[in-house]
Design a binder for this molecule. Structure first.
Ligand SMILES: COc1cc(/C=C/C(=O)SCCNC(=O)CCNC(=O)[C@H](O)C(C)(C)COP(=O)(O)OP(=O)(O)OC[C@H]2O[C@@H](n3cnc4c(N)ncnc43)[C@H](O)[C@@H]2OP(=O)(O)O)ccc1O
Ligand SMILES: O=C(O)CCC(=O)C(=O)O
Ligand SMILES: [Fe+2]
Length: 386
């Protein structure tokens, strides 16, 4: 679809807020106006920009050690119905749990989600953001018929000191009927298909991760606690005239149990590296796009339920000066009404809990109350020593 021509010039900050937020054109419209430089609202403080000096180059981490590489895991053995005691299955399961403990990030291939489903959802994302503004505006907070369908920009513009160079449509799954009635027709079927065909992968990942936590049977209550709600975000990062001054997404960890992320071939997702002692380092490692792969990252809810054993990794997205980028994270979460805390099976080994029991919707609301701030959200659930 041809880009919409917007015949206005930006003279002051009110124009930007009005155009991007109130009129719902998003940052995509700013990108398509051919600005020579980004409006001042998007200029991030120096400490939040991704400086080249902070990027850990692949050659560098190969030289440093093999153990600095974010794993790419072939899931076929796990999904092919082999016995759980099969040596190869055990090896794959161990790689998943090790990656979740060390990085909180890994990529999977042969994951069972048909590649056509992934292609369709990427195409549908472009389709949605390519619609005329008056069509997209129907899904903004002011116009959307439901809180479960929301088109917005940046992260939470009302509370952010500097905006992020991203538009996104957030779709919270309640039922097929609701999706049918309320989700944008241009992407509804493709997102539903993506959600449904990711179920086997999600179930298998959860089984494997739970086994290491001493949880051998996932009954209905546990299943719902770990993966009772689903949200898909359709992220659109348009070309940015000054990518070095802003961000696509600021440093954060997801609040999910875990996230399945589909990215296109543009690149720009970075995860925080590790220092020699295994703590968070100050370098950033690129998660390279791999055709047909999915990125898996552990979220805060699983860090809390595993009492800190699995790590919700801090990650960020760089803005891009030459290409539009899309990604489609699928957040697999507890239900809003669930109470989350360290699992009894984890504490049964005598570990002291480091997180308290919190209502998941309180946790998520706390996340949405502030701008992205690295790993600070999880402090909401920490037991404070006195
Ligand atoms: C990292 O970059 C991101 C990440 C994300 C999102 C990540 C995730 O969503 S992960 C999983 C989230 N968990 C759930 O969705 C659980 C189910 N949902 C809920 O529990 C509730 O919807 C709620 C989130 C707790 C809010 O419910 P409610 O009490 O009814 O309040 P609301 O009026 O709906 O919202 C209050 C306040 O929160 C913000 N907000 C809520 N939902 C969204 C959303 N989908 N997108 C953006 N902001 C949201 C918002 O500030 C609301 O205030 P308003 O004044 O706007 O009403 C997303 C984006 C990233 O860049
Ligand atoms: O676009 C990406 O690669 C990641 C986006 C992300 O981290 C998120 O939406 O939570
Ligand atoms: Fe994220």
């Amino acid at each position: 679809m041809a880009p919409t021509i917007i015949s206005i010039t930006l003279e002051d900050s009110t124009d930007v807020t009005d155009l991007v937020l109130k009129q719902g054109h998003g940052v995509k419209a700013l990108s398509e106006m051919g600005l020579k430089s980004i409006p001042q609202q998007y200029i991030q403080p120096l400490e939040e920009r991704l400086l080249i000096s902070k990027i850990i180059m692949p050659q560098q981490h190969q030289q440093q050690q093999q153990s600095m590489i974010i794993p790419i895991i072939d899931m076929s053995q796990l999904l092919d119905g082999h016995d759980d005691d099969d040596d190869q299955v055990l090896m794959v399961a161990n790689s998943i749990c090790d990656a979740a403990e060390k990085w909180g990030f890994f990529q999977v291939v042969n994951h069972g989600v048909p590649l056509q489903v992934l292609e369709n959802v990427k195409k549908a994302t472009h389709g949605f953001f390519g619609m005329p503004p008056e069509e997209k505006r129907k899904y903004s907070k002011e116009n959307s018929p439901s809180n479960n369908v929301r088109l917005t920009t940046s992260f939470i513009p009302q509370v952010e000191k500097a905006l992020e160079w991203k538009d996104y449509l957030s779709l919270f799954y309640v039922s097929d009927d609701e999706a049918e009635a309320l989700w944008p027709p241009i992407c509804k079927d493709q997102v539903l298909e993506y959600m449904k065909s990711s179920k086997t992968l999600s179930n298998r990942l959860v089984q494997v991760l739970m086994k290491r936590l001493n949880v051998h049977e996932i009954d209905e209550t546990k299943q719902s606690l770990l993966m009772g709600s689903l949200r898909a975000n359709l992220n659109y990062y348009p070309i940015c005239p000054n990518p070095e001054l802003t961000v696509g997404v600021g440093r954060h960890s997801d609040v999910s149990t875990f996230t399945i992320l589909l990215q296109d071939d543009v690149g720009g997702l970075y995860v925080r590296g590790m220092d020699a002692g295994g703590g968070g380092g100050d370098g950033w490692i690129h998660i390279p796009p791999i055709d047909g792969a999915l990125v898996i990252n552990i979220g805060d809810a699983l860090q809390i339920m595993s009492n800190g054993r699995y790590k919700s990794a801090e990650h960020r997205v760089a803005a891009n000066g030459t290409k539009n980028r899309i990604s489609v994270p699928l957040f697999i979460n507890p239900r809003p009404q669930d109470i989350i805390g360290p699992l009894p099976e984890v504490l049964a080994r005598g570990e002291k809990p480091i997180y308290k029991q919190v209502l998941y919707s309180d946790y998520v609301k706390h996340f949405y109350r502030k701008a992205h701030d690295g790993k600070k959200t999880i402090e909401f659930a920490k037991i404070t020593q006195n």
